[in-house]
Design a protein around this ligand. Structure first.
Ligand SMILES: N[C@@H](CCC(=O)N[C@@H](CS)C(=O)NCC(=O)O)C(=O)O
Length: 252
């Protein structure tokens, strides 16, 4: 891919293995064919000094951009996944956001709902009983239906060419599919427009590249850490020998 503006720079993506915000950025970089190195930390356990120095909020992702001009190196640091995606769009020759300012603003507004879906999903992890989990799952199903009707036009465009919606929502859909497998609850119907779109993007070769080797075991430990309905189901699910294989089949 011709992408000269991006290729003159070196990128380091500071990551946490199961972070969906990091995965958004990694998916976009993979899709654009941008080379980058990864450095993993666990921001919930240790925040090394070098990380605190570059990340004011103490969160991943952080994208360190080193620009080389002959012998002179200039280092820039970016954080907030959506901001990083816009930066990648702006420096890329293969733009994935509209150029027109108004259209770009509308696109951003529509995509704000991905962020609220993502935080609703976070609420599912800690529900103590099956009843509470099920109620929360119902709310998420309703939000996904509203979301679908709001983004039908973007959805049809992005089935052909991955764009911001694809990058922003893939990690969210992936976690939903994993939770469905672990709990036996259907949250995102595969018959719906958005369910089909989700299956298409998470099984793309590019998305698979964003799943690191320890992903499934790290996610299982994360789900099991707090006593909840999901932690109980995760413990039951991971008791079988081939559980990692079963989860990995979701992206085949
Ligand atoms: N709004 C941020 C959210 C990033 C975020 O919450 N990252 C989590 C890991 S998935 C984190 O680093 N948390 C550490 C902390 O909150 O101290 C983004 O889009 O980049």
């Amino acid at each position: 891919m011709e992408n000269s503006a991006v290729k003159e720079k070196e990128y380091l993506l500071v990551s946490f293995s199961i972070c969906p915000y990091v995965q958004k950025v990694a998916f976009c970089m993979q899709q654009l064919g941008v080379d980058y190195k990864l450095r993993y930390i666990n921001p919930y356990k240790e925040k090394p000094d070098w990380f605190v120095d570059v990340s004011p909020a103490g969160k991943v992702p952080v994208l360190v951009v080193v620009e080389k001009d002959n012998e002179i190196k200039d280092q820039k640091v970016l954080f907030e996944s959506s901001v990083i995606l816009e930066y990648l769009n702006d420096v890329s020759n293969n733009r994935f956001m509209p150029d027109d300012s108004y259209e770009k603003a509308i696109y951003r507004i529509k995509l704000k709902s991905v962020e609220s879906l993502q935080s609703q999903l976070g609420g599912l992890f800690s529900q103590e009983s099956e009843g509470l989990f099920s109620e929360k799952a119902d709310l998420i199903r309703c939000s996904i239906n509203d979301f679908e009707s709001n983004i039908v036009d973007i959805l049809s465009d992005e089935k052909e060419n991955a764009g911001l919606l694809t990058f922003a929502s893939a990690p969210f859909f992936f976690v939903i599919r994993l939770i469905e497998q672990i709990t036996d609850y259907e949250i995102l119907s595969s018959k719906s427009l958005i369910g089909k779109f989700a299956n298409q993007i998470i099984s793309s070769d590019t998305f698979k590249q964003t799943i690191c080797e320890s992903y499934y075991s790290d996610l299982a430990s994360f789900f099991s850490a707090k006593k909840s309905f999901l932690s109980e189901r995760t413990e039951r699910f991971t008791a079988s020998d081939n559980w990692e294989k079963q989860l990995s089949l979701l992206v085949e």
